[in-house]
Design a protein around this ligand. Structure first.
Ligand code: AMP
Length: 406
């Protein structure tokens, strides 16, 4: 197992790292950091939640600190304002003691003028973190000198292509020096992505943190429902006595408690398992469940990792987990050790995109039976539609900290 001290990072950067509470590199960091420190191009396949942001920020900040040309040294392009801000916040944290400055440039509508935006880029921070549309507009209207650029990062590159930014990205790259280090992160690698990656990188090293695949014995089903339809559907599913041992997952503790109360009313043999319970209570519930005295266990994702109970016949996802790995862990509670099991997910309209991401990562489309007419109208399933790019917004930007923080 690697340690951060193995990389001999700048001491100020190490201090930032410790203050962020990172103790050990994650697998993607373990793979990517040495390659980026070695100034090689990288094509990395890794999802959100793997520590991918620090995997490129740490070596880049280290390189900047030992670089002579720090003005507009690094350009990070990411698909959304939220992601740009998240990356910028991580730079704030990691570079706090190193005094590396960054600006976040993204679309929006807070009325800050073009002149201010251009000035911010012209007077330059070391790292620019931008959405493609906004940056493209600035480049077309301003005189931004990227000739000293040393690092280009494309983060969540597949999402940028999905959102229709392929041409913008190619145009932006024309403004950058060809001699640079290019780092591309993507959750998936569809053919168009590979094509772009090959065009913009130079002898890249591939890094791959593969998502686990669900066991083959799991039959997965998903229902498109409105929230108000979930309880009735759950009752109907649980009335099937073939499901003798059931786990129901919900993302929130409150919902877990709600479900326990409603199951008590409906006389289902069910108990909630969550972090408010004493350790001894949790152990007692788990014993009941393992010995089949308890039929239904309801829990948050603390249940999804690690519990080792054989013979669970059904897993219900009352909602779609935000992290695809959690989905795999949740449904992996059934069909253990070569048995078969069923995993049913309820998708409300808000969760449709999330579920599509999970399907893309697993590389399968989950069967989606339509609920009976007696439930009333069901939501249309239009995750593909949601993915289409939204019209461009007027821009704003954030400028900050061109001074060394100590
Ligand atoms: P990301 O995949 O970059 O979105 O990171 C997911 C979360 O993991 C963020 O909250 C990071 O701050 C955190 N993180 C990144 N690297 C580490 C690490 N080595 N140890 C602990 N947490 C980390």
């Amino acid at each position: 197992m690697a340690l951060f001290t193995d990389y001999q990072l700048n001491p100020d950067l190490m201090e930032g790292l410790l203050s962020m509470g990172y103790k050990q590199p994650t697998p993607i960091q373990e793979q990517a950091i040495p390659i980026i420190l070695n100034k090689q191009d990288v094509i990395a396949c890794a999802q959100t939640g793997t520590g991918k942001t620090a995997a490129f920020l740490l070596p880049i900040i280290h390189n900047i600190l030992s670089s002579e040309n720090r003005h507009l040294n690094t350009l990070i392009i990411a698909p959304t304002r939220e992601l740009v801000l998240q990356i910028d916040q991580q730079i704030d944290g990691l570079a706090y003691f190193a005094g590396v400055s960054s600006i976040a440039v993204y679309g929006g509508n807070d009325g800050i003028t073009w002149t201010n935006q251009k000035n911010a880029l012209e007077n330059g921070a070391e790292i620019v973190c931008a959405t493609p549309g906004r940056l493209m507009a600035l480049l077309q209207n301003g005189d931004i000198d990227f000739s000293g650029l040393q690092h280009l990062v494309l983060d969540e590159a597949d999402r940028m292509l999905d959102m229709g930014f392929f041409d913008d990205i190619k145009s932006i790259i024309k403004h950058l020096p060809t001699k640079r280090q290019t780092i591309l992160f993507s959750a998936t690698m569809p053919p168009k992505m590979r094509q772009l990656a090959q065009q913009i990188t130079n002898e890249p090293v591939s890094v791959n943190i593969a998502i686990s695949k669900p066991a083959a014995g799991i039959k997965q089903l998903a229902y498109n429902v409105f929230n108000e339809q979930k309880d009735k559907l759950l009752d109907e599913i649980l009335s099937n006595s073939e499901y003798q041992s059931v786990i129901i997952f919900s993302s929130t503790k409150d919902k877990v408690k709600d479900l326990e109360r409603s199951f008590l009313r409906n006389k289902f043999n069910a108990k909630a398992f969550h972090s408010d319970l004493e350790q001894s209570e949790r152990e007692a519930i788990m014993r009941e469940f393992k010995s089949r005295r308890l039929r239904i266990l309801i829990g948050t994702d603390i249940l999804s990792r690690g519990i080792d109970v054989d013979g669970i016949s059904l897993v219900v996802n009352y909602d779609v987990p935000p992290d695809p790995e959690d989905y795999i862990h949740r449904i992996g509670r059934t069909a253990r050790a070569e048995r078969t099991g069923v995993a049913i997910t309820f998708i409300n309209p808000k969760d449709q995109m999330r579920f599509l991401t999970i399907e893309n990562l697993m590389g399968i489309e989950v069967e989606k039976p339509i609920i009976d007419e007696s439930y009333g109208p069901v939501p249309a399933y239009n995750a593909e539609e949601i993915k289409k790019p939204k019209p461009p917004q007027k821009g704003n930007f954030k400028r900050k900290k061109f001074f060394k923080k100590k």
